[in-house]
Design a protein around this ligand. Structure first.
Ligand SMILES: NC(=O)c1ccc[n+]([C@@H]2O[C@H](COP(=O)([O-])OP(=O)(O)OC[C@H]3O[C@@H](n4cnc5c(N)ncnc54)[C@H](OP(=O)(O)O)[C@@H]3O)[C@@H](O)[C@H]2O)c1
Length: 253
């Protein structure tokens, strides 16, 4: 356990033995780093997404008996039923991480050039997904458990050519903070973690990389400390992890 290289801001050891975390988008670029870090901390991890082949590839890269995978589509009609069955299979969840995103099929486009269909698809993929996941999953998170949404700086900043991504990032930041306020003290802890650029496997395979960017596993190390309750930001809803040297912070960079 705790075999990953740890940044200077992290605790030397985090033990999630006996806890179960669901990572929706666990086979995605950031999700994989999160899954790796939670498994490394000793948690049982369920990685979820729509693509069985991407989940199988993740499992074959990690080769951990603590990793389980499941096909789950946040937009499926039977989402509530699928989540109830999944929670029963794993005895509920101590942590749920929502690491879901989609750039859509329209490519880079100015806002006013979006068609109605492209607009609807972007909202469904990046906003309705998060709402439906929260509604289905919150009842299955244990008392004292944690729900985290991973989001990007476009939640706070204009993003020319990717307006649909930015406005849904802002909307889901609002959604998560509102849920945190509504549940305060009466449900799982809710956290919104806004990230800078992450060194994902897909980017590296495409030859796009920069060692100054955050490692996905560093995101996961922060989340492991939040789940364990040892992070100094445990009592705060909104976190930024933008500067890999400074580590997570409760205020915007
Ligand atoms: N990459 C970065 O540098 C970066 C920077 C800042 C913030 N972030 C944040 O990190 C989060 C994840 O981004 P990423 O870069 O890891 O994206 P990604 O590689 O595209 O991963 C997104 C994941 O979401 C899953 N997903 C998409 N739609 C879904 C649905 N309807 N139901 C279930 N799963 C679904 C995808 O799996 P399937 O396609 O198999 O369903 C995929 O595993 C986002 O919130 C993003 O804002 C990323």
């Amino acid at each position: 356990m705790n075999t990953l290289t740890r940044p200077a801001w992290a605790h030397p050891h985090t033990d999630l033995n006996g806890r179960t975390a669901l990572v929706v988008g666990g086979a995605g670029g950031v999700g994989e780093g999160v899954v790796r870090a939670l498994v490394d901390a000793g948690a049982a991890v369920v990685a979820a997404g729509r693509s069985r082949s991407r989940l199988d590839e993740l499992a074959s890269r990690l080769r951990s008996p603590r990793l389980h995978t499941t096909v789950l589509d946040a937009l499926a009609e039977d989402l509530d039923h699928a989540v109830t069955a999944l929670a029963a299979e794993h005895g509920g969840f101590d942590a749920v991480i929502v690491s879901v995103a989609s750039w859509g099929n329209q490519g880079r486009k100015p806002l006013l050039a979006l068609t109605d269909a492209e607009w609807d698809a972007l909202l469904a993929a990046n906003q309705t997904t998060v709402f439906r996941l929260y509604r289905a999953l919150v009842p299955h998170i244990s008392a004292g458990g944690v729900l985290v949404q991973l989001n990007g700086l476009s939640a706070d900043l204009p993003f020319p050519g990717a307006g649909g991504v930015a406005l849904t990032a802002a909307a889901t930041k609002s959604l998560t903070r509102t849920l945190a306020a509504e549940l305060a003290g009466r449900g799982p802890r809710i956290h919104e973690v806004i990230l800078g650029v992450v060194r994902t496997r897909a980017r590296q395979l495409a030859g796009v990389d920069d060692p100054r960017w955050i490692e996905g596993t560093e995101v996961g190390i922060h989340l492991a400390e939040l789940i364990a309750g040892t992070s100094p930001l445990t009592g705060e809803v909104l976190h930024y992890l933008v500067d890999k040297t400074a580590g997570p912070s409760g205020s915007a960079p």
